[in-house]
Write a protein that binds this ligand. Structure first.
Ligand SMILES: NC(=O)c1ccc[n+]([C@@H]2O[C@H](COP(=O)([O-])OP(=O)(O)OC[C@H]3O[C@@H](n4cnc5c(N)ncnc54)[C@H](OP(=O)(O)O)[C@@H]3O)[C@@H](O)[C@H]2O)c1
Length: 217
């Protein structure tokens, strides 16, 4: 399977790209400019030396032609990025890892889009695309560190069980990660909002917290 990452040059997108490429997934790392994608891929190839990464620099448009596409832009760029790729994304799975939060005073708090969640906003813009969500709670620093042994669950949501299962299958390729089905797009608000709590945990305890769900055998 070939995966495309929109906004793949940031900490989150580059970490997801490198981690998936490290387990044999072919990844098109996307950017608004091919030059920036090329620079980031060069950097990742050096950082992950010793790993045979199948990582190719791409524009977002090229990345959107992959079989499955991950959206890793900031919230303010999410809808407009996807809006320009309606045709490329048609019939495919789009996995949003976009969180919505703002700094309110000295605290991070969830931002509630008027659509209810970022994922629901995306699903309105690309109605012929299966919008899913994953990776919201994984700290990019750890995900992108080849020496870090991951140990986390990844909450996955979509409105189709088969879509969720496909995303979970991709996540489960990565040692130390386990994908968990947390429901449909109606769960997106809770998943996206929870990140603000984790950021506060990180600030309070000076750590990089992620999540494990207990009780699943
Ligand atoms: N950082 C984390 O630990 C983490 C963890 C989980 C989830 N997330 C989520 O993942 C997403 C990306 O996080 P990040 O920290 O990597 O963000 P970022 O560095 O601010 O942005 C990622 C990339 O998106 C592109 N971009 C920036 N502004 C844009 C705009 N207005 N329109 C279109 N593209 C734009 C840029 O790529 P080009 O200039 O190359 O196009 C940038 O390198 C966020 O929604 C975040 O909530 C982050």
């Amino acid at each position: 399977m070939k995966i495309g990452v929109l906004g793949g040059t940031g900490p989150a997108g580059s970490a997801v790209s490198a981690r998936l490429a490290s387990v044999g997934v072919e990844v098109l790392l996307g950017s608004r400019t091919l030059e920036k994608a090329t620079e980031v891929v060069d950097g990742l190839t050096k950082r992950w030396s010793g790993h045979d990464l199948s990582l190719v620099p791409a524009t977002n448009e090229m990345a959107a032609r992959a079989d499955l596409v991950v959206l890793a832009t900031p919230v303010e760029g999410a809808v407009n990025t996807v809006r320009t790729l309606v045709d490329e994304l048609s019939g495919k799975i789009l996995v949003s890892m976009v969180n919505a939060m703002v700094k309110w005073g000295d605290r991070f708090v969830p931002l509630m889009p008027y659509t209810g969640s970022v994922a629901l906003a995306l699903s309105r813009v690309v109605p012929a695309t299966h919008v899913a969500g994953a990776f919201h709670h994984l700290p990019a620093g750890q995900l992108g560190d080849p020496d870090h042994q991951l140990d986390a669950d990844v909450m996955v949501f979509s409105d189709l069980r088969s879509v969720t299962d496909e995303v979970i299958g991709m996540i489960d390729l990565v040692p130390g990660l386990r994908g968990i089905d947390v429901g449909g797009l109606g769960s997106a608000l809770a998943v996206e909002a929870l990140t603000a709590c984790l950021v506060e945990v990180n600030r309070r305890y000076k750590t990089h917290a992620s999540l494990r769900v207990t009780g699943i055998v």
